[in-house]
Design a binder for this molecule. Sequence first.
Ligand code: NAI
Length: 294
Amino acid sequence: MISKDAKIGVVGAGTMGTGIAQVAATQGHQVYLYDAYPHQLEKSREGLESILARQVEKERMTQEEIDGILNRIEFVDNITSFGECGFVIEAIVEDLEVKKDAFARLEGIVSKDCILASNTSSLSVAAISAALKKPERFLGVHFFNPAPLMKLVEIIPGIATDNQVFDKTKAFIKGWDKITVSGKDTPGFIVNRVARPFYGEALRIYEEGIADAPTIDWAMKEIGGFRMGPFELMDLIGHDVNYEVTSTVFEAFYYDPRFKPSFAQKRMVEAGWLGRKSGRGFYDYREGAKNPSP
Ligand code: NAI
């Protein structure tokens, strides 16, 4: 069992890393949240403060509770303190070589019993673990966005993952009030594989001029019963992340046309229209926008 008072290390203070740090700190853990870019650490801290302040305004949390959460998260610009951690999760850019490099560096710092996890959406757990001298302590722990709200977490053992590491991690994450599901180490695991046609067909309908993004989103919500439409969801996830995941799954399935990425989405990534996080995606999130956010 990973102890209740284990310190948690999070690598990457973007959308997911910040959310996972919030979850761990809410559960009472001391958290080190590291990012290679200082401006991202600042952005993460400000974002978290404003999300938590809203919880107080809505009387869902007390000021004391949010002060506790914020005090338990230390925003760090290096990983030296990760030697104290019992569990470290990585949530950096979805790029195999960058992730492998991060894990090779982490392994030189963490204690021998520390469990290492990646929040990857689509990369092979086995391929990331190849960077490690002790790949048996590594597995995929895939949270969904936004991590504090989404109950489901996929726990994906790689070919080399020790059974005990898998069992301990599953029990630990369940203890964070999450529901876990496990599947084999295959491209997109369960949810992202099922989700590919949801985004892919929506993008094809859009590219073929059959309907525009708000109409497709409206239909999927009103008629399909989905909480968010595919374009709203891609704007939330980030087009860079979503496009990268689709490309990885496409390649990993030997270019099966079912998973073919979209040119429209590629152009948006190239233009820096990444969705909510950059202010512009299929909808416009900037102040005074003509095509406002839904
Ligand atoms: P993001 O782009 O919001 O954040 C990534 C962060 O990593 C940035 O702050 C960046 O500065 C930092 N970073 C990049 N390289 C680094 C390095 N070498 N060392 C330390 N920090 C580094 O990305 P996001 O959306 O948080 O995704 C992170 C991971 O989580 C990816 O693997 C993605 O596939 C996965 N994921 C994303 C979801 C989403 O909805 N956005 C959902 C579930 C998983």
